[in-house]
Design a protein around this ligand. Sequence first.
Ligand code: GLN
Length: 424
Amino acid sequence: MRSPILDYLDDVLERTDDFDAGAVADYIPELAAADPNRVAVALCTVNGTVYASGDVGHEFSIQSMSKPFAYALAVEDLGLQTVLSHIGVEPSGEAFNELSLDPESGKPRNPMINAGAIATHALLTGDGDTATERMIDLFSRLTERSIDIDEAVANSEMETGARNMGLAYLLHSSGAMATDPRVAVEGYIRQCAASVTVHDLALMAATLANAGVQPNTGERIFCRQTTKHVLSVMASCGMYDAAGDWLSAVGIPAKSGVAGGIIGILPGQVGVAVFSPPLDAHGNSARGVEMMHRLSDDLGLHLMDAGRPARSSLRETRVADVEGEPATIYVLQGDMVLSSIESLTREIVENPPKTELVIFDMSRVDEVLPVARRTASEMATKLLDEGYCIVLVDPENTVTDFQDSQGRNVQWWSSERLEQGIGA
Ligand code: GLN
């Protein structure tokens, strides 16, 4: 049986079939030769299954969609503060190949435009490996296959790369980039010439959606903080001077490339990728933008579209004898985030437990966000102050770091002990 998700992706291609706006990039001669009729779409959820339709095996150069990944690697290498001291995070409102520098600091405005991406590439050095080798290795780990550079595209762009070379010389001469401009631009151009399919891009996007963990191999490629930062910069700067329109209409962090690809990420859910070579006036794939609009509307991807509010963390409150003593048992569930923990604290504040022994059964809790951890431990401290004894049943160790500052009566029980205690 064919998956309805594949049928849906076919439908996206069909519904945009008569869309023929835009023109293929011609400032890189090799790209001018691209077949404008090639088209593909793919999506991959954080579970790692890729669904793709159209010219799914067709390879094209990643171009600027490499920028967020190079930036993530630089942040992992050097730490965010160091990278921010070289490259800003403000949308430039200008075309991707402008020399958009902050007038005060002289830093490139952001890492998603060429000036910032060349400076980012220049920050990447490895143990003997060139920055480009590291990028190719990164792409291969993200896509679960061996990624190659399209040498014809790389050479073609080197021959006509005067503008990027000019940007790099200006960055170098103003002190914004220490690396030899020719080395930085050649490496950056090779990074952009990595050859990928929509299938590859969906996996790359899904890794960002999955907080930096490649969904199939389980490898943590970027830490959570880095991923969050990179997605924020993609949201505000990823679509160049169309970034504001994009965020309001499509509503997800995204990045386009001049070969015709666009990736988009809904954090925690899905990565999507589209491909169609003709570009609009902003240098974004024209049909790709159209397909992304449809994906966003049909699949409910817009970030600002509030989803179902989180369930209350409190599944039920029970009063029972446990190990022969009366106890109040709060059975918690799901992800503990601000809105879900608020209902738990409200219940405790409005109906304080009537037994001295208070048990928090966390065996059904999935994840505890820092805000919930803080609120819960403050709540526990208050209960201890009131003279209650607290038991935590936390088999997944979701709150391992809870400690009462005065070392008071908090006990950790296993789920079995609670079950047997109630039965006793
Ligand atoms: N390699 C291309 C360039 O630097 C990347 C630009 C893009 O994809 N927008 O011009």
